[in-house]
Write a protein of this length. Structure first.
Length: 267
């Protein structure tokens, strides 16, 4: 049984407990009795089960995405469309989309327990840096949905990174790569007569400078491909529904690498 089947069956709401379990349970429509809810909130549950990690990722992602969309005071159509785009990339069923939308709306509440949600998500990840990075990376794409990152969104992203113990320096590098990858993707999608992605865009998409050695370019490429490999991400707890998104990411990384490889002439 997949994590989603268990979530709908109520098992994962019970297993997760805490704010994530309560938020997921409410979104699915299950109501915890107050005594049980207090017990769950006070229980030191043992993290590590892949299905629980996947459930925690799904719940935290869409609720925090909703919270971040409201950070600048209003939720733009671009931000709503970004959330819908993530849902489409995940190939969510109608029921899963309904739950994701409810989670997104829940995140916009003034009393949304952001810090508790992030703390529980961090504990569930148990040091899986790649999984936490993927979580922040998707939030960065959401922040760039309307073309720029609002100061309030950047402050919130930094707070999220701090709570997840993701270094600010790595956050800055990741943001630069996300911005470059978006430019590379958008330019590559232009009709043939239009300007395609530049070599500088390709370097930035791999997170290396134009004066990097061939060996450094290859190392950066291998590292990014490893970090975004779908099988590895799913094994670490990424919901299986996000395989398509991971595949698209690896395709963009390959395209940027090929652009550099052809320009330099190495194999």
């Amino acid at each position: 049984m997949t994590w989603w089947g268990k979530a709908v069956g109520g098992a994962l709401g019970y297993m997760l407990g805490g704010p994530l379990g309560a938020i997921l349970g409410a979104a699915i429509g299950h109501q915890f009795d107050r005594g049980l809810e207090r017990t769950l909130l006070d229980t030191a549950w043992a993290p590590g089960d892949r299905e629980r990690v996947q459930s925690a990722f799904f719940t935290a992602l869409f609720s925090v995405m909703g919270h971040m969309a409201k950070a600048d005071g209003r939720v733009s159509e671009h931000e709503i469309e970004m959330a819908r785009a993530v849902m489409r990339q995940m190939n969510l069923t109608g029921e899963q989309q309904r739950v994701a939308i409810d989670l997104f709306r829940d995140g916009k509440r003034p009393d949304f327990p952001l810090d508790q949600v992030l703390e529980q998500f961090r504990r569930e990840c148990r040091g899986r840096r790649t999984l936490i990075q993927m979580f922040i990376e998707i939030l960065l794409h959401a922040a760039y949905a309307d073309g720029r990152v609002h100061p309030a969104e950047r402050a919130l992203l930094e707070h999220i990174a701090d709570r997840l113990r993701y270094p600010r320096a790595l956050l800055a590098q990741l943001e630069a790569m996300v911005a470059a990858q978006r430019r590379f993707h958008e330019e590559a999608a232009q009709p043939a007569p239009e300007r395609g992605p530049t070599l500088d865009d390709a370097y930035a998409a791999l997170g290396v400078s134009p004066d990097a050695s061939d060996a450094e370019v290859k190392r950066a490429y291998r590292r990014l491909m490893s970090q975004h490999h779908p099988d590895r991400l799913v094994a670490r707890g990424l919901p299986e529904e996000m395989i398509k998104m991971a595949n698209e990411k690896t395709a963009e990384i390959k395209a940027a690498y090929e652009r550099i490889r052809k320009a330099r002439g190495f194999k």
